[in-house]
Design a binder for this molecule. Structure first.
Ligand code: GLY
Length: 310
C-alpha cells in the first residue's frame, strides 16, 4: 500500500517577498508528515504533525502568524477527520491556542461532540491541560502592520480576497500504509473578519472531509464561497461518481467559480494514493511526498520534484 501526504499553505495572491518561505514551509511540513507515515504511523498522526508544523511557522495564517480580526484579535478555526470511522473534531473562534489542530483532535477523541466554539473550546482546552499562550505570541510584526494598514477597509473582503488581503489557511491530507485516509485544516481566517466570524475550515464537508471509501480533502480560499458549495464533499462526490481526483478538484473549483464567484484551492488523496493539488487563485504553496519523492509548487501549472534521502 502506497503512503502519501499532500499539504497546502493557503490559496491566495502570495506576494513575492514571502513566496520562498511559503514553499520552504510546505516542503518541511510535508516531510514532517511523511516521516510519520514512513515509521508506520497513521494518516491521522501524519496530518496532525504536518499541520502543527505549519501552525508553528509564522509565514502561514494559522497558529503563530494568524491574521487579526476587526478588533485586532486572533480567533482560530481547525478541523481534523479520520476516514476510517468518519470521526471528526473541530474548534472555531478559539483564542490563545498555538496548535488548534491538536485541540480539534482532542474534541474528536475526548468528547461526544464534533465541534466546540469560542469560550467553550477554551474551557475544554483548560480542562485537558492544553497550554495556552498570550495572544501577542501568536501575532507577528508583519501581521500587526498589515492589520493597521488595512483596518479601515472592512467591507468588500470577497472582492479583495484575491489580492494580498487574503492570507489563508493550511491543510494536509494523507493515506497511510493500511489505506486509511485523514485530513486536517487550520486557519486564522480572513484579515479584518468580523469578531465571531467562522469560515469553512472547521466545518465538516466544507474545509475538509475524509472517508476511506473515497478519499480525503482539505480546502483553502474564500470561506463563505467554500461553505456555499460544501467544497470538500463536492470533490469527493465527483470521486464517488468515478472521476479521477485531479478532475474532481478541477470540476469542483470551477463550479465554485461559476456558481458563487469564489476562488480557492484544494488538495486531495484517494485510498489508493492518487493525489492532486489544484487552485484557482493566483498562487498556492503546496507539497506532496510519495515513495521518498517530494513534489511541490506555487504558481499555476508548476510542479517541481526532489528525491529525498531514503
Ligand atoms: N478558508 C479560510 C477562511 O475563509 O476562513
Amino acid at each position: 500500500m502506497k503512503a502519501v501526504i499532500v499539504v497546502h499553505g493557503g490559496a491566495w495572491a502570495i506576494p513575492d517577498e514571502i513566496s520562498k518561505a511559503s514553499v520552504d514551509g510546505v516542503k518541511a511540513a510535508a516531510c514532517e508528515g511523511f516521516s510519520v507515515l514512513k515509521r508506520g504511523g497513521s494518516a491521522l498522526d501524519a496530518v496532525e504533525a504536518a499541520v502543527r508544523a505549519m501552525e508553528d511557522n509564522t509565514v502561514f495564517d494559522a497558529g503563530h502568524g494568524a491574521v487579526l480580526n476587526s478588533d485586532g484579535e486572533v480567533e482560530l478555526d481547525a478541523i481534523i477527520m479520520d476516514g476510517r470511522t468518519l470521526a471528526s473534531g473541530a474548534v472555531s473562534s478559539v483564542k490563545n491556542i498555538a496548535n488548534p489542530v491538536s485541540l480539534a483532535r482532542a474534541v474528536m477523541e475526548k468528547t461526544d461532540h464534533i465541534m466546540l466554539t469560542g469560550r467553550g473550546a477554551n474551557l475544554f482546552a483548560e480542562r485537558i491541560g492544553m497550554v495556552t499562550v498570550p495572544t501577542e505570541t501568536l501575532v507577528t510584526e508583519y501581521e500587526r502592520k498589515e492589520w493597521e494598514k488595512h483596518k479601515k477597509y472592512v467591507s468588500g473582503v470577497m472582492e479583495l480576497f484575491n489580492s494580498q488581503w487574503g492570507h489563508d489557511t493550511v491543510g494536509a491530507v494523507a493515506v497511510d500504509c493500511s489505506g486509511n485516509v485523514a485530513c486536517a485544516t487550520s486557519t486564522g481566517g480572513i484579515r479584518n473578519k468580523m469578531v465571531g466570524r467562522v469560515g469553512d475550515s472547521p466545518i465538516i464537508g466544507s474545509g475538509g472531509y475524509a472517508d476511506n471509501l473515497s478519499g480525503a480533502v482539505s480546502c483553502t480560499g474564500h470561506g463563505e464561497s467554500i461553505l456555499k458549495v460544501t467544497l470538500a464533499r463536492l470533490v469527493l462526490s465527483h470521486v464517488e461518481q468515478g472521476k479521477e481526483v485531479a478532475d474532481a478538484v478541477d470540476l469542483s473549483l470551477r463550479y465554485m467559480g461559476d456558481r458563487v464567484h469564489g476562488a480557492g484551492g484544494a488538495i486531495t488523496v484517494s485510498p489508493s494514493g492518487e493525489w492532486a493539488a489544484k487552485f484557482t487563485t493566483e498562487r498556492m504553496a503546496w507539497a506532496a511526498v510519495e515513495h521518498d519523492v517530494l513534489w511541490y509548487g506555487l504558481d499555476p501549472n508548476e510542479k517541481f520534484k526532489e528525491q529525498l534521502s531514503q
